[in-house]
Design a protein. Structure first.
Length: 477
């Protein structure tokens, strides 16, 4: 059954609970390493009299004490084993787990790092990295714990260990009020400036040549940026998210584009955006579709100059339309102040509907439709628009990658004449995305996106074509 993301409760004891779970898994790995092919020793007798233990016996007693949550005894026995054998990785990991679960997570982290320094095999490094993550989680350092769990996933000796590490990562992420995202992408494009596909335009029956810079310029787009948000639960049904986001796009003109527009510089097309947001999610019942409201304030630059500042409010209602079908209705409004030309400032509003349906076999079909109205004193900006989109995610891999196909249709009717002509735009686009999930590094895998888009306008200047290919990274968990 398809599910909406639920509101997660994050009580203060979550870090301790998750850390105990991680420590238990580290202890289990230590038990397997320390006693492969052997039964556990019988429960330790009461130490009413002096008893001499071999290092392996002390380690085994430490493990048994840890398994019954007797952190104090586990620490004593593990230290005894380490006195005899300072390089005993299993004993040091047990000591780390005992310190972490016993309320001394900072010391537990130190012992885990010592175990990592002494590790000589991939299995030992994996267990030590997970122990560091458990200690950091107990300290409330969730973000640093997530970094160590990514390291542990990368060093996992087998698929089972990796799957367990991924589950731990997701548990820590749910408990973490802070979430971050990095973006990096490279995309060759046939039209980086959204220029015309024509080399001339007709006005009043006369043809005029378009300058090279007004025509499509090819080149390479590099995108980099990131965002961070902080979440907190307001009661049992409402979640508040505060976020900040910044994205920069830089371009390098191709040799052909430089010949076509000799006066154009790479920096002329640079784009930068900074946004701040506040979002509320309300769920009436645990299985009910959510209500979402988000306010975004942003500022953008083009060619190194201030271009606009804007604010947008979105209201979204989730709909459950069946066991395998989800829907969303969105109403939005936007106000934009153009800083380069006040005449082009605008107000816009719109409504959209999206649908996602899971097909037998695991494929996912999506559909969307949107209507919008943009109001402005500028005939170049004021228009009504309609969009239609389709998406299909294949159930089976293509070239070893998760594949998605998409298509879009759109039309925009402008309110006033442009160059003495009524402007009407018709656009279409297709795309394909390949996510190479099995070729990841530290949980990040490459995404290859192919796209083609064409706009035909009643005003030749606004005829555009764009072929693009981009490579980016996406988290696999």
């Amino acid at each position: 059954m398809m599910q909406y993301a639920a509101i997660e409760q994050r009580p203060t004891e979550d870090a301790d609970r998750i850390a105990r779970t991680l420590c238990a898994m580290v202890a289990l790995l230590a038990a397997v390493a320390a006693s492969a092919g052997m039964a556990l020793l019988a429960p330790a007798p009461a130490l009413a009299e002096s008893v001499t233990l071999a290092p392996a016996e002390a380690r085994q007693l430490a493990l048994q004490a840890l398994q019954i949550h007797d952190a104090s005894t586990a620490q004593r026995m593990a230290r005894a084993a380490l006195l005899a054998r300072p390089d005993d990785i299993e004993a040091r990991l047990i000591l780390s787990a005992a310190l972490t679960t016993g309320g001394e997570a900072r010391l537990g982290e130190d012992e885990a790092r010592r175990a990592l320094a002494d590790a000589t095999s991939p299995e030992d490094r994996h267990r030590a990295e997970r122990a560091v993550a458990a200690a950091l989680t107990a300290q409330g350092a969730h973000t640093r714990a997530q970094v160590w769990l990514r390291r542990a996933a990368q060093s996992a000796p087998d698929a089972r260990a990796r799957a367990a590490t991924v589950r731990s990562y997701r548990a820590v992420r749910r408990a973490n009020p802070w979430h971050g995202e990095l973006r990096l992408g490279v995309a060759p494009s046939s039209n980086i400036n959204n220029g015309s596909a024509q080399d001339r335009m007709r006005i009043g029956g006369l043809d005029f040549d378009l300058s090279g810079s007004a025509q499509a310029l090819s080149g390479l787009e590099t995108t980099f940026g990131g965002g961070v948000d902080w979440q907190t639960v307001l009661g049992q049904r409402t979640r508040l998210t505060l976020g900040a986001d910044a994205v920069s796009q830089r371009y390098r003109l191709s040799g052909e584009a430089r010949d076509q527009a000799p006066g154009a510089e790479n920096s002329d097309y640079a784009r930068d955006t900074v946004e701040f947001s506040a979002a509320l999610r309300f769920v009436a019942a645990p299985d009910a579709p959510p209500w979402d409201a988000e306010l975004t304030l942003g500022h953008s630059w083009y060619g190194g100059e201030d271009i606009a500042r804007y604010g947008e409010l979105e209201l979204t209602r989730g709909l459950r339309l069946g066991a395998d079908t989800l829907g969303w209705v969105e109403v939005w409004g936007r106000v934009a102040e153009r800083l380069d030309n006040d005449l082009r400032s605008s107000e816009a509003s719109g409504v959209s509907f999206r649908l996602a349906h899971r097909i037998d076999g695991g494929a996912l079909l999506s559909f969307g439709i949107g209507l919008s109205d943009t109001r402005s004193d500028s005939a170049l900006v004021a228009h009504d628009a309609a969009t239609l989109s389709l998406g299909y995610r294949l159930a089976q891999p293509v070239l070893g990658a998760q594949a998605e196909l998409s298509a879009q249709l759109g039309r925009a009717d402008y309110d006033g004449p442009v160059y003495g002509m009524l402007r009407e735009d018709r656009s279409m686009g297709i795309g394909a995305s390949l996510f190479f999930r099995d070729h990841d590094l530290y949980g990040f895998a490459p995404v290859l996106d192919l796209s083609a888009r064409r706009t035909e306008s009643s005003v030749d200047l606004y005829d555009t074509r764009d072929l693009g290919l981009s490579v980016s990274l996406r988290s696999t968990f």
